[in-house]
Design a protein around this ligand. Structure first.
Ligand SMILES: [Zn+2]
Length: 128
């Protein structure tokens, strides 16, 4: 079922978050894909849009999920339409998975880019 209030998919009859009764999910319903630090969430949303998936971001800093807030910065939830969930999961995997472009290692000294921000205005097309 799907909760319109929380944009959450779940197996039970009622939403585990807010207790509302769920309804059948529709293709265009936004569903929670993942939750990441803001900068990664924005990067993911960017990659999703490049794959023609319209992603929504919602900051979860503070209130609801204090567990996740910390020195690392604010977190964002990433929502995608239900019909695009599989593709979105694939995009996420390609960004953050084991074979990711941005492998999450503690090697800070990459020599490929010299201090450019992720949200650059120039796009590079490699093996497009
Ligand atoms: Zn709910």
């Amino acid at each position: 079922m799907y909760c319109e209030n929380c944009c959450l998919l779940f197996d039970a009859a009622k939403c585990p978050e807010c207790g509302r009764r769920g309804r059948e999910v529709r293709d265009e319903d936004y569903c929670l894909l993942t939750e990441k630090q803001e900068m990664w969430a924005e990067m993911l949303a960017d990659a999703l849009r490049q794959n023609e998936i319209e992603a929504l971001l919602r900051s979860v800093n503070g209130a609801a999920l204090s567990l996740f807030t910390g020195p690392a910065g604010s977190f964002c939830q990433v929502f995608v339409p239900y019909r695009d969930m599989e593709k979105a999961a694939w995009v996420e995997e390609s960004l953050f998975g084991p074979n990711a472009v941005f492998a999450d290692e503690d090697a800070e000294d990459t020599n490929e880019e010299n201090g450019s921000l992720p949200e650059g205005e120039n796009e590079e097309n490699e093996n497009g």
